[in-house]
Design a protein around this ligand. Structure first.
Ligand code: NAP
Length: 230
């Protein structure tokens, strides 16, 4: 049976990705930093007919990441797909001129270092499959091409650096498929009610990369199933 771990899968885009992978026959590991919220989200997936297991996972904690590897290893001997989805915005439309270091450090801990450490920790399980797939949920806010966005600078910096994490892992692991995705502006707690996309639309490219995309598609940044500039 194919297996997938989605971080931050208790709500928003991550939950929708977990739901779609579950309906495609994956055993889905529902990463959640709050166990109760994770259990509720896992129940929803199970009611939908999916095989789903909650995994307590705070991606900003090395200890929690280590424990999560033990939990997943106890339930599966391999991991086909890792979706590094968990993310935070801890600021408003600040200027970089006023940005405080605490905000930068905390944002990087979850959005950049989190995916890096989670990927490292799950490499042994991922390496047991023929074509492991890692999808880093990034943002157009991290795009350097055509001038950087200036809203939420700590968040945008963290996603630029996450894209670099994608490139470095892809270069180091040539038999893996490792890509970054911009889901677009999505109606979630993070995106807000005015966002232009549904969670189904936001999840689409992520699920496609996890399942149907060519196995040799790697080291790319995608939106709407198409490669975009870094
Ligand atoms: P969301 O609804 O706020 O969900 C974020 C998820 O990440 C929640 O499950 C949250 O858990 C989890 N999370 C946060 N910090 C965590 C940590 N340290 N460890 C584990 N889980 C943690 O946001 P979303 O819109 O679905 O965002 C998902 C991803 O898409 C993020 O990486 C975001 O940057 C990216 N993205 C979103 C948009 C958009 O318009 N929505 C656009 C571009 C990119 P709790 O419930 O416990 O807080």
């Amino acid at each position: 049976m194919k297996t997938a771990l989605v971080t931050g899968a208790n709500k928003g885009i991550g939950h929708q990705v977990a739901r779609q992978l579950g309906s495609k026959g994956f055993h889905v590991f529902v990463g959640a930093r709050n166990l109760e919220n994770g259990q509720k989200a896992t129940e929803v997936l199970r009611k939908n007919g999916a095989m789903a297991t909650v995994i307590p996972l705070d991606v900003s904690s090395s200890e929690s990441i280590g424990n999560a590897v033990h939990f997943v290893s106890a339930a599966a001997d391999h991991l086909d797909v890792l979706v590094n989805n968990a993310g935070v915005i801890l600021e408003g439309d600040n200027s970089i001129a006023q940005l405080d270091p605490e905000t930068v450090i905390k944002t990087f801990q979850t959005n950049t270092l989190g995916p890096l450490l989670v990927t490292q920790a799950f490499l042994p399980l991922l390496s047991r499959t023929k074509n492991p797939r890692v999808i880093n949920v990034s943002s157009g806010g991290g795009q350097l091409a055509d001038g950087m966005d200036t809203w939420a600078p700590a968040y945008c910096l963290s996603k630029t650096a996450l894209n670099a994490v994608t490139c470095l892992f892809a270069a180091a692991l040539p038999n893996f498929s490792i890509n970054s995705v911009c889901p677009g502006w999505v109606r979630t707690d993070m995106g807000g009610a005015n966002a232009t996309r549904s969670v189904e639309e936001g999840a689409d490219t992520i699920v496609w990369l996890a399942t149907e995309a060519p196995a040799n598609l790697t080291a790319k940044f995608l939106r709407d199933r198409k490669v975009i500039a870094w």
